[in-house]
Design a protein around this ligand. Structure first.
Ligand SMILES: Nc1nc2c(ncn2[C@@H]2O[C@H](COP(=O)(O)OP(=O)(O)OP(=O)(O)O)[C@@H](O)[C@H]2O)c(=O)[nH]1
Ligand SMILES: [Mg+2]
Length: 429
């Protein structure tokens, strides 16, 4: 089966049933009867999420189109299943389970539609360039690959990764004896996924590491303004809606207003925040955060840190100290050191990743603001050149705009238009 077709089957609902299901969902969400649709969803929790979303919509009124709100409200009923769903998105595309529930299909479609929406800028620029390229060539030759190289570089895929990619593409095109440039689109998408995973399996690198027997601690690091605090708020919301007892620690004691900002998120999401006063020792805040989490039997503690100090050396020393405290207090912690990178900064994000990796063992990347850039290819560069997996992506400013990274959904987001087009062509020939 063709790769595009596999992606379509995985992420897109059947065209004839799509509207029907939307209508059905709308009715179920608007009406009071949710029991049939989501037996495991606590009605109070759903209500809470919807309220949160409404609050969020109010504050972001100017930026959020009405239809987004509607979609998010619909999706909030299936949030709980997201992680499980992501685990199912295997590289191998297991055969369709017989009798798979439509709810499960809806969830896949909702993850895909979030990636599709969040990657709209990248896709528009990328699709246009690829389509333009493919239209200008009759055969797949050296010039074609040279131009393709430029298109990939312009999407911030990164020179080293692009070179590797082009080499693999050339081999694959030869192996399959592909003459038609149109067909190369699909091979590109397939190779992007392959390059992303490298030798690792999806379940090894996707999703956040947890401490099954006790307190899970996530440490957030990254330069100022990249989206650490916002992502912590979004993640706290998500974990809480999965039924976890979440608590936060305000480890950015340097920037004026940083503590209040995290407190604001705590209120919004409904989780406890440990804080000291501005200018105090962040390691002491984190220590108290851990004690508070332990005494409350919390499942997850998320630690915020400063993005800027007097200088870089101080910042790195401070992060090392914070990490040592966490390691000492909870063996095996932190379960993730998440470096937040702003996707809109392009290649600069790569040098940030290098600096932070030297100071502290970064276990995963959160790529924020993917929605704000046409250069989403940075995901591949980071993963391939730094060998750090992208764990989460920020696809907007709303509390629900955080997704577990999934390479297939990402590629679907990049090629969504082409996937539909491809099917039509296939039917014609
Ligand atoms: N569009 C978009 N904006 C985002 C996203 N994530 C964060 N932002 C915005 O980025 C800005 C900075 O976010 P913060 O969370 O304050 O960043 P920070 O890393 O905590 O910054 P410091 O506290 O100064 O170190 C805010 O205006 C957020 O709303 C995202 O995924 N998409
Ligand atoms: Mg912050």
């Amino acid at each position: 089966m063709s790769f595009f077709k596999k992606l379509k089957e995985k992420f897109v609902k059947g065209p004839e049933s799509e509207e029907e299901k939307e209508d059905q969902k709308l009715n179920e969400t608007e009406g009071s009867d949710e029991k049939e649709n989501s037996p495991e969803t606590d009605p109070a929790e759903s209500e809470h999420q919807e309220l949160d979303l409404q609050g969020e919509t109010e504050t972001l009124e100017t930026e959020v189109p009405a239809e987004d709100t509607e979609e998010d409200t619909l999706e909030s009923t299936v949030d709980e299943e997201d992680d499980q769903n992501v685990e199912n998105l295997e590289e191998s595309f297991p055969e369709e389970e017989i009798g798979a529930e439509s709810q499960e299909e809806d969830e896949k479609a909702s993850i895909a539609s979030k990636f599709k929406m969040g990657l709209a800028k990248t896709r528009n620029s990328f699709s246009t360039k690829i389509n333009d390229l493919v239209a200008r060539y009759r055969t797949v030759d050296e010039d074609f690959f040279e131009e393709l190289e430029e298109v990939l570089i312009s999407a911030d895929v990164g020179v080293t990764t692009v070179m590797e990619m082009i080499e693999e593409l050339e081999m694959e095109v030869k192996r399959r004896n592909v003459q038609d440039p149109q067909k190369v689109k699909e091979i590109i998408s397939e190779k992007l996924v392959e390059i992303y995973y490298g030798d690792d399996r999806a379940e090894e690198i996707e999703g956040l590491n947890e401490n099954p027997g006790g307190l899970t601690i996530y440490l957030f690091v990254g330069v100022n303004g990249v989206g650490k605090t916002t992502t912590i708020g979004k993640l706290a919301h998500r974990l809480k809606s999965e039924g976890k007892n979440v608590t936060l620690a305000a480890g950015d004691t340097f920037r004026a207003g940083a503590i209040e900002q995290l407190e604001e998120w705590g209120k919004r999401v409904g989780v406890n925040v440990t804080k000291h006063s501005e200018g105090s020792d962040p390691a002491a805040v984190i220590y108290d955060g851990i004690q508070s989490a332990k005494s409350k039997n919390a499942d997850v503690l998320i630690c915020d840190t400063a993005g800027r100090l007097q200088n870089k050396v101080n910042l790195m020393n401070e992060l090392s100290k914070v990490k040592r405290v966490i390691e000492r207090e909870v063996p095996g912690a932190p379960h993730e050191v998440l470096l937040v990178l702003d996707a809109t900064t392009g290649q600069n994000a790569m040098s940030q990743a290098k600096t932070f990796s030297e100071a502290t063992d970064v276990s995963g990347i959160v790529l924020s603001k993917l929605d704000g850039t046409a250069k989403g290819g940075i995901v591949l560069a980071i993963r391939n050149e730094l060998e750090i997996p992208v764990k989460l992506v920020g696809l907007g400013e709303k509390v629900t705009d955080l997704e577990t990274f999934d390479a297939h959904a990402f590629v679907y987001g990049l090629f969504a238009d082409m996937i539909e087009e491809y099917e039509e062509e296939e039917e014609l020939s």
